[in-house]
Design a protein around this ligand. Structure first.
Ligand code: LLP
Length: 432
């Protein structure tokens, strides 16, 4: 698989474009994403499953960049959504709702109604009360909607407790043993057509074994359900395929497909996949500029202009992201440093105790593997505007999102009339 980001001619390039030139032109912090890498990953995954009836749904919570969504919609890929807001974004790019799955433990009536009206493919139901709520919504609209139940196979997988989802004490899914009862009760819900099983065992899983174990449990369950007279046509295995952050060697899509093939052989199920990170994680970097280098007796800090509000993964999950100099300085001294941002939190770091060639103020650094759960988790903490985003394809690039301005940070807010400062008092000290 081609590397989207590589040093050529002394400078980091995103496909054919100099990252240094992008940073100069569009400022930092800057998310730079390779469209080529993203589409190549999608096509490779899709190809690996050739011969197994399947459909791929991009889990857009990983990256909701409009350019990426549009490009993927053109490829005919579907989407896995978790909110009305995500559906709205898909509609903004003209993606076909008939290729959309709606997951999540807390769908509201309004969200379910919007999705049902749009004519999405399927709802992934995560609790019995949700099934009843969806039935009410569908009845009111006079429609029948398709659904599956998200079952919890009680398989432990995932790189970090916060992204491990399928053990039995997780808020996600329904207990495995309840499935027959749920399918039976769902027959009384006349506006639901429950035809599948959904599961998602966790994220950043680098081996095939947990997927195979979960798929086997699901296929067993389908047999039981069919024996009870239920029609089950789809098995959604969720996302979770891992990527290389720190030298991991995650299972390839071909290995994943080869391991699942025997499990699915003869099962007469259409396989749904919901990859997020696998498609987009290594398609993006976060480019930042070094502001200061602070050396102390205990620790050295490289202070950059990106922070936890731009990329929260290191702070939240102790995630390890590679850090590359955009223009390496041959011969620079190497030291262990913390790469930190300007946010007022000791948890605000992009890397800790990292052996790096010590940069100079003004140098550019690229934080690797920032394409998944990067920009989508950005916030305005410390009243920092969110970064700009650039999409690269070959030698071309487009700004798909401009940098937020300070005025953007005030959008939608107001001071209550009674608390407003009289014009004469503005900018004056209230108490002398
Ligand atoms: N399907 C379902 C039902 C999910 O809950 C998720 C992710 C996916 C698919 C996509 O999973 P992926 O292929 O990306 O592993 N913010 C965390 C990851 C949270 C994942 C949430 N669910 C992180 O930065 O690691």
């Amino acid at each position: 698989m081609s590397e989207a980001f590589a040093h050529r001619g002394g400078v980091l390039r995103a496909e054919g474009v100099s990252v240094e030139a992008l940073a100069r032109r569009h400022g930092t912090p800057l998310y730079v994403t390779s469209l080529g890498h993203f589409l190549e990953r999608y096509r490779r995954l899709d190809r690996a499953f050739a011969g197994i009836p399947h459909r791929v749904f991009f889990s857009m919570k990983a990256n909701a960049n409009l350019g990426l969504l549009a490009a993927l919609a053109r490829e005919g890929c579907g989407f896995d959504i978790v909110s009305g807001g995500e559906l709205h974004r898909l509609r903004a790019v003209g993606a076909d709702p008939a290729g959309v799955l709606f997951a999540g433990v807390g769908k509201t009536d309004a969200e379910m109604e919007a999705a049902a009206r749009a004519g999405i493919l399927m709802f992934n139901i995560e609790s019995w009360p949700e099934a009843e709520a969806l039935e009410r919504v569908a009845r009111r609209l006079g429609r029948r909607v398709r659904a599956d139940f998200r079952i919890n196979p009680d398989v432990r997988a995932g790189a970090h407790a916060k992204i491990s989802t399928a053990h039995k004490a997780s808020k996600f899914g329904l207990p495995y043993h309840q499935a027959p009862d749920l399918f039976r009760r769902a027959r009384a819900l006349r506006h639901l057509d429950v035809t599948g099983i959904h599961l998602h065992i966790g994220s950043q899983i680098t081996e095939v074994a947990p997927f195979v174990a979960a798929a086997k449990r699901a296929v067993e369950l389908v047999r039981v359900l069919r024996a009870q007279g239920h029609r089950v046509t789809t098995l959604n295995l969720g996302g979770g395929l891992g990527i290389d952050y720190a030298g991991e060697r995650p299972a390839t899509p071909e290995a994943y497909a080869a391991a699942l093939r025997p499990v699915l052989e003869g099962a007469d199920l259409e396989l749904f996949l919901e990859p997020g990170r696998f498609l987009v994680g290594n398609a993006g970097v976060l480019v930042c500029r070094v502001l200061y280098v602070k050396e102390t007796r205990w620790k050295d800090f490289v202070i950059v202009d990106a922070a936890m509000n731009d990329l929260i993964r290191p702070s939240l999950y102790e995630a390890w992201h590679g850090i590359l100099p955009v223009r390496p300085r041959p011969g620079a001294r190497r030291r262990r440093v913390d790469v930190v941002g300007p946010v007022c939190e000791s948890g605000d770091y992009l890397a800790q105790d990292r052996l790096l060639s010590v940069p100079e103020p003004g140098d550019l650094l690229a934080v690797r593997s920032a394409g998944a759960y990067g920009m989508v988790m950005a916030s305005n903490y410390n009243q920092r505007g969110r970064a700009a985003e650039v999409l690269v394809s070959g030698a071309r690039h487009w700004v798909t999102r401009r940098r937020e301005t300070w005025d953007d940070l005030l959008r939608g807010e107001s001071v209550p009339e009674e608390l407003r400062l009289a014009p004469a008092a503005r900018g004056k000290r209230v108490r002398p």
